[in-house]
Design a protein around this ligand. Structure first.
Ligand code: FDM
Ligand code: MG
Length: 212
């Protein structure tokens, strides 16, 4: 099947929704069924830019709010050549957070508009599917305490959730909302179904450009 591209699949959601677990399970299931798939995550803390972001998130450094927003975006752009190469080779990419987290988290800060936050990510590879793992704050609290990183507070996560809801009204994106309060295997089944459908559709479509 030469020439068939892989799909760009993104998982988004607030903290504790199970994004990372579900990304791993999806990649494993796809690979086991003979479909090339790899996981990526943003921020990718392994690059030089990613290390600056990591220090900021771990409260080891301070960065001005616009500056860190642009670093998160730069951290995606620096991986675009790799992403495009993989997709063209037919590998499906399963991505733990993407530009939607970028916009939701920064625009949850005072005095940042959604529109300003989107600008640096315009033109990134456009996901074929974005699944939002929905979990209400009560269910999230049952899954344990927040961690110690920046942004890991109930109040801020609530503001982030509102911003995600605004982003999900955009019909140019293939959003699917997944009820993350279900048991892990049920969530996984739903995610796999949506993914296989999106992968089929993507095979015959060129990769799009985000928010363009
Ligand atoms: N985050 C993530 C942002 O603020 N902007 C971004 O562009 C991205 C991708 O960084 F609090 C936030 C979201 C979260 C933190 O945490 C990354 P994880 O646990 O590594 O996903
Ligand atoms: Mg986290």
């Amino acid at each position: 099947m030469a020439g068939k591209r892989g799909a760009l699949i993104v998982l988004e959601g607030v903290d504790k929704a199970g994004k990372t677990t579900q990304c791993h399970k999806l990649v494993q299931a796809l690979q086991q069924s003979g479909r090339p798939a790899e996981m990526m995550r943003f921020p990718d803390r392994t690059t030089t830019i990613g290390q600056l972001i990591g220090a900021y998130l771990e409260n080891r450094s301070e960065l001005e709010d616009h500056t860190v927003h642009l670093l998160f975006s730069a951290n995606r752009w620096e991986l675009v050549p790799l992403m495009k190469r993989k997709l063209e080779q037919g590998t499906t990419l399963v991505v733990d957070r993407y530009a939607f987290s970028g916009v939701a988290f920064t625009s949850a800060k005072p005095a940042f508009s959604l529109d300003w936050c989107k600008q640096p990510d315009i033109g990134l590879p456009k996901p074929d599917l974005v699944m939002f793992l929905q979990l209400n704050p009560y269910e999230a609290a049952l899954r344990g305490q927040f961690g110690k990183e920046r942004y890991e507070t109930g109040v801020f996560q609530g503001a982030v959730q509102e911003k995600f809801e605004q982003l999900m009204t955009d019909p140019s994106i293939n959003w699917q909302v997944i009820d993350a309060s279900q048991d892990i295997e049920d969530v996984h089944r739903g995610i796999t179904e949506h993914s296989l459908k999106a992968m089929n559709a993507a095979q015959n479509l060129p990769l799009g450009e985000l928010w363009k």
